[in-house]
Structures are given as C-alpha cells and as structure tokens.
Design a protein around this ligand. Structure first.
Ligand SMILES: Cc1cc2nc3c(=O)[nH]c(=O)nc-3n(C[C@H](O)[C@H](O)[C@H](O)COP(=O)(O)O)c2cc1C
Length: 353
C-alpha cells in the first residue's frame, strides 16, 4: 500500500488535474485548508501579477463524499483562471475563429536556464511554448493541493510538516535591475517516529526519497539533509548526534535520518533554488526561426519564488512522508492506520518529540 500522485496540466491550459491513489477511507478533508495552502503558494514577495489573477481553488471530482475520503482514487482539479486570456492560443483542440488573446504567435527565442531549448529539441516542437507550458512551475499548485491532503493524513498520526525560507536574494535590488534571485528553503517534519524509510534498498532510503521529491521541483539545484554539506568539514566526533539514556539525541545534525531511516528526531531537509530564468533584461540566445543571435523570450515572470518554494517543499516532503506512513502502517480505513501506528510506537517505546 502506498500513495501515488499523477498530475497533468499546462501553465495556461484549461486546468491542472491530479489523481491521488492510496489514501485510506475515513480521512476528513477541509477544503479551506487546501485552498489556504494554494493561497500561500501564490503569495510571497517577488511574485508576478499572475498570482493575483489566479486565486487558486481546489475542486474534488471523485474519491470524496461529504468531506470524507472513500478509499477510492481522489480526483482533483485546479482551474487556470488565466486560461480565458489564452483560450485560442492554448486551446486543446484546433482553435476556431481568428487568433485572439495570448499565445497566438510561436515563441522561437529559448531562455537560458529554462527547459525551452532542450525541451524543444527533445520533443521535436517548433513553438517553444509547447515545451515551456508544462515545464513551468505552475504545476506545483497540484503538488501543493496533494501536499495539503498528505498533511491532513499525517496530522492523524501526530506528524506536522512546515516549510520556511532560510535565505533569500534581495528582491528590491534585483527588480530594479530587471534581474532575478534564488534562495534556500527548508522543510521540517515533527512527530515522525523512528522507522520511516529503509536501508534495505537505495530507493527506499528516506534521505534519497526526500532528495528526489525536492529535486523534482523546478529550479531546485541542491538538497541537503540535516547539516548536509557542512558535515563534510567536521570530524566524526563533532558531526554525529550522541544517544542519551532515553534513546533520544542531544543534537540533530543528521536531520532526523540515519541509515536511510528516520530516527525519531525532527526531519530537516533543505533545498537550494537557482535564480529564476525569465529575465526582464533577457540573456543572449538564438532565434530558432532564423538561426540568428537574439535576446531570449520575455514572459510575465516573478523576480523571486523562494517564498512559494517553501510551500511547495513543505508539500512534497509531507507527501513523501505520507507515502512512508502508508507503506509502514497499511490499512484500508483511517482507524486501522491510527491503530497500527499506535501499536508500533508502543512496541518501540517511542513517545514522540
Ligand atoms: C514556485 C516556483 C515558481 C517559479 N516561477 C518562475 C517564474 O515566474 N519565472 C521563471 O522563469 N521561472 C520560474 N520558476 C523556475 C522555473 O520553472 C525553472 O527554472 C524551469 O522550469 C527550468 O527548470 P530547472 O530550473 O529545474 O532546470 C519557478 C519555480 C518554482 C518552484
């Protein structure tokens, strides 16, 4: 038993959709809590006016009745409200009538740092838009909706996950210079018992799974667990977390994971975000239509998305931990999951953080 998430949707297409399978029956979901996380993703310093247009809201089409999961696949939709301006340009079927609105002219100026050039080459597109629409981080809205549901599930087991910005570039100065910035975010998970993940196989290691989840987010170029890169410069005597008589640690440099297994301390995972690739003062590129040097495509874009990344990181870490919990505790009904969790923590004598 595990959780699986499949998403689809282009940035300016009609909607983002997600199918989430593997949730037990009897989990109560709160629409407001999901929408609140979608709003948190949209807010934040350095974001573009698009975020004010969108006001994302989740729609549940299947798997839920009167606010409780049925144990069947959950189908979610987040509509792209901006699509009305792109109805011709992003029409799934051949559009009718004269071109109107946005996205009617092919994009032929790939942006350095984006998926534009490699994506166009890979899929044989002539219009860079055919690559950038899905490569865009718009789809992180679906991840955040799924993450909110994962957090509701984890809360039943006393587990909470919170994302935060650790380091951010100077947005005001970058905006004035029509440039962009990146930063560092972290996700911390409290209440995870020892035993999530496994050393048995490399793809079961919790650190590997969290790294893959975070690296799966656009613009994330580095991940560390606990003190991560800083540990490389310490001696073993300084780096490891000693075990007290109550089996708890006096420090948590490992970020709550040893041997690919959670050790009962707070899980700490950090992600480094590169500066956003769409610059209002574009970088050098080539016009794919003419083969001549040109400046890269400019499209409405954020100066920074670090605040948003903190929300997305929280969501994907929550989702991965919820997957671990599903694998560990099984159960078709939420009461069975809670009972299996209780029996396990009693067996190992773990009283939580
Ligand atoms: C929440 C979020 C918002 C983003 N917003 C933008 C943006 O407005 N403009 C932009 O050029 N890149 C943005 N990005 C980054 C690009 O999507 C990303 O750099 C691009 O898809 C290329 O992928 P890569 O950076 O992983 O190589 C955003 C990323 C995230 C996580």
């Amino acid at each position: 038993m595990t959780l699986e998430l499949t998403t689809a949707g282009e940035s300016h297409g009609p909607a983002l959709v997600a199918i989430l399978t593997g949730l037990p029956a009897g989990l109560t979901l709160d629409r407001e809590a999901i929408d609140a996380d979608l709003r948190r993703r949209q807010e934040g310093y350095g974001r573009s006016p698009r975020q004010r247009i969108e006001q994302d809201r989740v729609e549940l089409l299947a798997g839920l009745r009167h606010g409780r999961t049925l144990g069947t696949p959950l189908a979610l939709v987040v509509r792209n409200r901006d699509h009305e301006n792109w109805a011709w340009g992003m029409s799934p079927w051949p559009p009718e009538g004269d071109p109107h609105g946005k996205g009617t002219k092919p994009v032929t100026l790939p942006r350095p740092g984006h998926a534009d050039l490699a994506g166009t080459q890979k899929y044989g597109h002539e219009d860079v838009r055919d690559a950038l629409e899905r490569a865009s981080a718009r789809q992180t809205a679906a991840l955040v909706a799924a993450g909110a549901i994962a957090k509701a599930f984890l809360a039943e087991l006393g587990i909470s996950v919170a994302g935060a910005v650790v380091e951010a570039g100077d947005v005001d100065a970058a905006r004035a210079e029509r440039d962009t910035v990146g930063g560092v975010v972290e996700a911390r998970a409290d209440g995870v018992p020892p035993g999530f993940g496994s050393y048995a196989a490399r793809d079961q290691r919790l650190d590997a799974r969290l790294a893959a989840a975070l690296m799966g987010i656009q613009a994330v170029k580095g991940v560390e667990i606990g003190d991560g890169f800083a540990l490389a410069r310490l001696r073993g005597s300084q780096a490891h977390d000693e075990i007290g008589p109550d089996l708890r640690r006096t420090s948590n440099r490992a970020g709550g994971i040893e041997g690919g297994v959670s050790n009962g301390e707070e899980i700490v995972a950090r992600a480094a975000m590169k500066p956003l690739p769409t610059l209002m003062r574009p970088l050098a590129s080539v016009d794919l239509a003419t083969g001549k040097p040109a400046q890269a495509h400019v499209e409405r874009s954020d100066v920074s998305a670090v605040d948003a990344l903190a929300v997305v990181a929280e969501a994907v870490v929550a989702f991965e931990l919820a997957r671990c919990a599903r694998e560990k505790f099984g159960g078709d009904a939420m009461v069975d999951v809670v009972a299996a969790h209780r029996s396990y923590v009693e067996r190992i004598g773990w009283s939580g953080r």
